[in-house]
Structures are given as structure tokens and as C-alpha cells.
Design a protein around this ligand. Structure first.
Ligand code: ATP
Ligand code: MG
Length: 429
């Protein structure tokens, strides 16, 4: 196939054999969010470029080098969203739904776009489920977000493989004081820093903490600690969060170097990390962003949220073999009919059964075929039972009921009794 007719590098098709696991994952998260009282919001995939520059920050990796930005036919600069928070804040402001201190607990799901180097767990189109809470400023809601994800890992069977890392970035004032101290220290060791960190020292010094370079990491060992610069309020908030996590027995490690890649965070930041996915180890990340709404032109409105990467979590489920058995079977019953008259009767019978058992996964053979070929398809479909309509069955107004997975002999069931019979032998999801 010519290259121009292939998918764009780093943008993947999710094939039919993969979608059951995606739907299981997404369904599990959606149910959990419903149960905790969060409401879904859906934003456009494209926004004005300015929105992301203003919210994410001009000197972040995302805005500097990862955005898909283009001019539309009006000459407006538009960008495929690289994350969800900016658009969510834009939406709540535009519709006034956080005004007057109204609490909003929102979540969203969908594709995000970043021009990164594609590799396992890192793509150019990837998918997130994200969540944002507005106008709740205490550590109780930070704790709820973390507790909810902890429950999710439990439900998915991956709790033992993830670890919670926590830090507090303080208010913008205390962070400013820390930034000064850090810059002073790092400037004194300028020659020992890697090139990227030397550049970041000028543009976004806190990001130096995040370096993967061993020499720079060595310099950082004796660097000033953010915790020593926290203001009293942020310190109390952080203690409040930790005591709540202790109360529900959620383990965490403090990571003073956790700064996150976006400018808008304050106070709590956290990441759920795993060592099961190689270098792309963060499966869920977030924090508090109390200044963002105001920075974007709204009234002071606190916010806290997180986003999880669906590709990475689906990979986790595969790697840890936490794939529930029921999702691999898509068909309960497969109906085979031989001859035109049987096919018509089969169609009517199938619809009657579907009326009575709306959750039954009943597949009717299409494309006719010999006895042998229809049975082969029935078996391949994964169905538990085949229903058979041939000349004999037509004459007696019955249907052959044949277990395909070795659960007993074939029997004949009267058409009228079929739905009741199926109800007793197929567990309906
Ligand atoms: P990373 O450090 O891995 O680049 P990030 O800090 O840029 O992640 P966030 O912006 O916090 O990521 O996005 C939240 C989550 O979305 C990440 O923890 C990750 O699970 C997922 N994610 C981010 N970028 C990608 C990507 N390019 N491909 C797949 N998943 C991604
Ligand atoms: Mg990134």
C-alpha cells in the first residue's frame, strides 16, 4: 500500500480483536465515576491554539514541540487538543457553570494528540479518561480522586503493579521562592548540567528536577528541597491529604522531584507509576491547579484533576493477564439454517427470541452455506450453542439445540419454548 494511504505514524487503529478489552476498561471506569457522582462532559477535539498556549504554558514540552497546529480556511490558528484540562476549563467558563462557587465534578474521554516519538506506550494519537473538579479546595477532594483510582486498580486487578507518587508544589508564591533558590544553586553548578537542563534552567527551571540525565541527577542530590519552601497553607493541605490516604490504607511515596510537565499545577501533584511497561511508566497523573481558571480569565475558582492513559492501562491488563474471561466471548448462540424456507423461519424465530431476551447475543448465519461450513462458522464465533433449522426441524416446527463446548447431547426444542430454554442455559451479561 502506498504510504499516503497508510495511517499516520503514531496513530493507531484499534482492531476488532482489541476493542472488547477497551470497552471493558472504559465501561469499568465510567461505572465507577457514575457511582462517585461525577458527570461526563464532551468537548471538541480542536480548539484555538491560544487556549493551550495560555493554559499549558509557553515553555512546556507540549507547547514548544508537541502540538498539532494548523491554520483553517479562515486563517485561524487551531490545534488538535494535546490534553483535556484546558478545553474543560474553557467550557465551564464559557457556559458559566462554575460561577458563584458552583461545584462541578466532571469527566471526559477521548483522543489527544501530541507529536512525540512513537514507541511502546507513547503515541501521537492516544486516549485519555480525565476528570476535573471545580470549587472544592480542601485535601478531602484530592483524597477522593486518589481513592477512586485506587479502587479502579483494585477492580481491574492491577493494584499490586502500581505505585502512588506524591508531591506538593505549594502556592505560586512559595514556588516562586523555591524557584529562585533552585536557580541560584543550579547556576553555581551550570557546567555539570546536561544541555537540556541548561536550557531549562533559563526557561522552566523546575523541569530540571525531572531530568533523566545521571550527571544532572547527581547535582540535584544536594539541591534545595521544595518541601522546605512550602507555605503554611500548602503544608497543612498536604498533611491533610496524607492523613486521609493513611485512613484508607493507600500507600504512597513522597517524590520531591515530581513537578509534572504543565505549568498550571499548584499544591498537590501525583502520579501512578508502574515498572511493568518499560520507560512509559506513568499510567495516571494529575494534581491541583487553583490558579488556572483565573489565569484564563475567570473568577478565582479552584481546580483539581487527573488524566489516565488508556493505551498504557490496556497494555497493563494484557501484560498482567488481567483480562476477564467473559469479554473474550462475543456470541452466545449461533443459528444455522439450511434452505430458503428454513432461512425465513430462522429469521422470524431469531427476532422473536430477541424480543424476549434483549440481552442475548444471538448471531444468525449469513451467506447460507453447507452444513459443514455453517458449523465451522458457528464454532469459530465462540458461541456456546448452535441452533439448527433443517428440513426435519422445519417439518416438526422445532429447532435443533446443539451444545458446542461439550455440555451434553443435541436436543430438539419447540419454537415456542426456545426463548425460555435459552434463558435457563445462557447467562446474560
Ligand atoms: P509522560 O511523562 O509519559 O510523557 P505526561 O506527563 O506528558 O506523560 P500527562 O500530560 O500527564 O502525561 O497525561 C496523562 C497520562 O496520559 C499519562 O500519565 C499517560 O498515561 C498518558 N499519556 C501522555 N502522553 C501519552 C502519549 N504520547 N501516548 C500514550 N499515552 C500518553
Ligand atoms: Mg509527555
Amino acid at each position: 500500500m502506498s504510504k499516503s494511504l497508510q495511517a499516520i505514524r503514531g496513530m493507531n487503529d484499534i482492531l476488532p480483536e482489541q476493542t472488547p478489552l477497551w470497552r471493558y476498561f472504559e465501561g469499568t471506569v465510567a461505572r465507577l465515576l457514575d457511582n462517585y457522582g461525577y458527570k461526563q462532559i464532551r468537548m471538541p477535539i480542536v480548539e484555538f491554539t491560544e487556549l493551550f498556549k495560555r493554559s499549558i504554558g509557553e515553555v512546556t514540552d507540549i507547547v514548544e514541540k508537541e502540538m498539532y497546529t494548523f491554520e483553517d480556511r479562515n486563517g485561524d490558528s487551531l490545534t488538535l487538543r494535546p490534553e483535556g484540562t484546558a478545553a474543560c476549563v474553557r467550557a465551564v467558563l464559557e457556559h458559566g457553570i462554575t460561577g458563584g462557587g458552583q461545584v462541578q465534578k466532571l469527566w471526559y474521554i477521548g483522543p489527544m494528540f501530541r507529536h512525540e516519538r512513537p514507541q511502546k506506550g507513547r503515541y501521537r494519537q492516544f486516549h485519555q479518561i480525565g476528570l476535573e473538579v471545580f470549587n472544592l479546595d480542601g485535601p478531602d477532594i484530592d483524597a477522593e480522586l486518589i481513592t477512586m483510582t485506587w479502587r479502579l486498580w483494585g477492580e481491574l486487578g492491577i493494584r499490586d503493579a502500581v505505585k502512588l507518587e506524591l508531591n506538593s508544589l505549594g502556592t505560586s508564591e512559595s514556588r516562586g521562592r523555591y524557584r529562585e533558590a533552585l536557580v541560584e544553586y543550579l547556576s553555581a553548578h551550570h557546567d555539570k548540567l546536561d544541555e537540556d537542563s541548561q536550557r531549562r534552567l533559563k526557561t522552566n527551571p523546575l523541569r530540571v528536577l525531572d531530568t533523566k540525565n545521571a550527571d544532572t541527577q547527581a547535582v540535584l542530590v544536594d539541591a534545595p528541597k521544595m518541601a522546605d519552601y512550602l507555605d503554611d497553607e500548602s503544608r497543612a493541605h498536604f498533611e491533610g491529604l496524607k492523613s486521609r490516604l493513611d485512613a484508607v490504607d493507600i500507600p504512597y511515596v513522597l517524590n520531591p522531584k515530581l513537578v509534572r510537565g504543565l505549568d498550571y499545577y499548584s499544591k498537590t501533584v501525583f502520579e501512578w507509576v508502574t515498572d511493568k511497561l518499560g520507560a512509559q511508566g506513568t499510567v495516571c497523573a494529575g494534581g491541583r491547579y487553583d490558579g488556572l481558571v483565573e489565569q484564563m480569565g475567570g473568577k478565582p475558582t479552584t481546580g483539581v484533576g487527573f488524566a489516565m492513559g488508556i493505551e498504557r492501562l490496556v497494555l497493563m491488563l494484557e501484560t498482567l493477564e488481567q483480562i476477564p474471561e467473559e469479554i473474550s466471548r462475543q456470541v452466545d448462540v449461533y443459528l444455522c439454517a439450511f434452505g430458503e424456507e428454513a432461512e425465513l423461519a430462522g429469521l422470524a424465530l431469531a427476532e422473536r427470541v430477541r424480543d424476549q431476551l434483549p440481552n442475548l447475543r444471538l448471531q444468525v448465519n449469513a451467506g447460507a452455506g453447507s452444513f459443514k461450513s455453517q458449523f465451522k462458522k458457528a464454532d469459530k464465533s465462540g458461541a456456546l450453542y448452535a441452533l439448527i433449522l433443517g428440513d426435519d426441524e422445519m417439518a416438526q416446527q422445532v429447532v435443533g439445540f446443539k451444545p458446542l463446548r461439550g455440555q451434553g447431547e443435541q436436543q430438539s426444542i419447540a419454537w415456542d419454548a426456545l426463548a425460555a430454554h435459552l434463558a435457563t442455559c445462557v447467562v446474560q451479561g
